[in-house]
Write a protein that binds this ligand. Sequence first.
Ligand code: NAD
Length: 278
Amino acid sequence: MLLAGRVAIVTGAAQGIGRACAARLAREGAQVAACDVNGAAVRELAKAIEAEGGRASAVHCDVAKPADVSKALDETLKAFGRVDVLVNNAGVLDDAPFLELGIDEFDRVLGVNLRGAFLMAQAVARQMVKDAGSAAAGARGVFAGASSGASRGAIVNMSSINEKFGLPDHVAYSVSKGGISQLTRSMAVALAPHGIRVNAVGPGTIDTPILAGVVKDKAFRAKVLSRTPLGRFGRPEEIAAIVAWLASDEASYVTGTTLFADGGRLPLNYVVPVAEEG
Ligand SMILES: NC(=O)c1ccc[n+]([C@@H]2O[C@H](COP(=O)([O-])OP(=O)(O)OC[C@H]3O[C@@H](n4cnc5c(N)ncnc54)[C@H](O)[C@@H]3O)[C@@H](O)[C@H]2O)c1
């Protein structure tokens, strides 16, 4: 198991990629605090994880609200005593052409996707640094993990291939993911002296509820697949596998990077042929 004995907070854990991450981290031995604005769904998820023999708690939390973020951390510490991993996954999508995008919608998307990620990451990193300070005091200031490659903490931010592309109808979303990319790099450098690694995952098109409105639309599918050399949408579990690896000591020398899982979209120029659906 990659994460035996670790404590992980996963935001946006009620469904889609976040749910798959919470389930995978639990199967890798982590005790998981599943956070979401959908409190009922994370309570159900925590029960499902415990029924499979894992350990999990559920926290109702809006990552855009500092008080909720503090509450999520406090409840995690109360349940499991510490925090080793944060998966900053909660995200929302705007849906308006640039010229019609309102300021409230821009603020809402940035508030969850970027401000929320910053708030969670800063609160969790402060706790990790505090805990490391206590441990170091016990070990006469020597970072016990330095020679073994073990890290004191790992943060994984959920970005998107759209941190690289311009999206005329989802401007706030692509701006938020561009911000996640910079947040990842800046935090990685800031937290490296504390033994905390910070990385991001950049999914391509993954079949989750965020795409429920369009995923069955033939024209949308053809558009996506013409830009996807592997010829299919991704699955939430395929993103969760990368998150588990980045959070683990297997990735002990990886920090400040975004790992793209996009079926080959980023290196593609032009388009690939798509078989017609019946
Ligand atoms: N599905 C894709 O194709 C895709 C591609 C690239 C990146 N992503 C990113 O992956 C992440 C998860 O996406 P998904 O497809 O699973 O979406 P989803 O809509 O299925 O799930 C998002 C979850 O976040 C929760 N959430 C929303 N606002 C919140 C808030 N303020 N506080 C706490 N929780 C909140 C929702 O309740 C939901 O459970 C997002 O950051 C998204 O941008 C998704």
